[in-house]
Design a protein around this ligand. Sequence first.
Ligand SMILES: *Cc1c(COP(=O)(O)O)cnc(C)c1O
Length: 398
Amino acid sequence: MRENLGAPVDLDGAAAALDDADPLAHLRGRYHLDERVVYLDGNSLGPPATVVAARVASVVADEWGRRLIGSWADGWWDAPERVGELIAPLIGAAPGQVVVADSTSVDIFKLLVGGVRLRQGRHELVIDADTFPTDRYIADSVAELMGLTVGALPLDDLAGRVGAGTAVVLANHVDYRTGRLHDLAAITRTAHDAGALVLADLSHSVGALPVHLDADGVDLAVGCGYKFLGGGPGAPAFSYVRRDLQARFRTPLPGWGGHREPFAMAAGYQPVEGIGRLRSGTPDILSLLTLEAALSVWDGVLIDDVRAKSLSLTAFFVRCVDALIPADAARVVTPRGDSRGSQVSLACADAEQVISRLIDRGVIGDYRPPDLLRFGFAPLYTRHVDALAAARTLRSLL
Ligand SMILES: *Cc1c(COP(=O)(O)O)cnc(C)c1O
């Protein structure tokens, strides 16, 4: 029932009741948030957890300032694997398969090349036609370097298209524009039936919903540290290589950081055993330890609770949009069933201007060309009252 078309709907009461019943409500206090702002862009840059500032200050003053180079042996050198183990439970990975290093873009490069090397004789990469641009640019470059072709197609069409020539399928778990959630288990089965590997991009699912890499048999995965994980601007990304593929996995960026004996300064490259071979150069310690501090908020948080709240927030926002905003002013493009990530996207005319006016009024979402308003609902700190406030502000502009 549309609130502006007659019968009143008590959206305020509904929002308050949902927030009162929220088992994760206490986590909001663990983030620095400006209470004058409705922040719905945590899927692009999560806000800082309150523990982060003190941690970074002590890393600078104590670990770096006082102990200097001694800190490498005292928790710095092994940070990429240690922080990887904090992410592993969020993506359904048993220990020893996740390492944090470099950016998502660089990690896609490493994993794609390494994946193709595991499928010698195959000549094609298959990618999601709707992918975030960086994935496509990197795939094109890998294809050029390795003499491959790239097939870009909707993930729904994989089954008829992946074949004996396909080396790797690069698939997004959640579509960054529409928020549609893809079935990673089904994609993996389709690729495996053709003998291809799957590289899953988890940038918009890690920290928002359960991921089951081991159970789904996914081969390779990558994901962002600064979106739902809240690791801070430019936080390093993570890479996953399934354990049984690691021994044969060869990175195209074999820096000394992934060497079996990095401090032996040997003339030839010998990869270390395990996931550490994905490392290239010196780890980005300030960013890594910032991400580590941010991940401490997740301690004891059940990802199923996170998913339940995410679905509740996004469903409630859609309900508010249905009630408050005329259907011809904005159209929900995110799936209304459960096959969505933790965002809601609305198609509307002049979307870029609408977003900038929304931001002027303290509702932060973002614009994705050509016509999408995108709102992220990070479950650890977003409330149903925020969803309602955003829909009301949007109504006032449309
Ligand atoms: C955010 C995002 C990236 C980001 O890559 P960076 O190297 O961190 O800039 C890559 N892929 C997808 C699908 C994303 O959503």
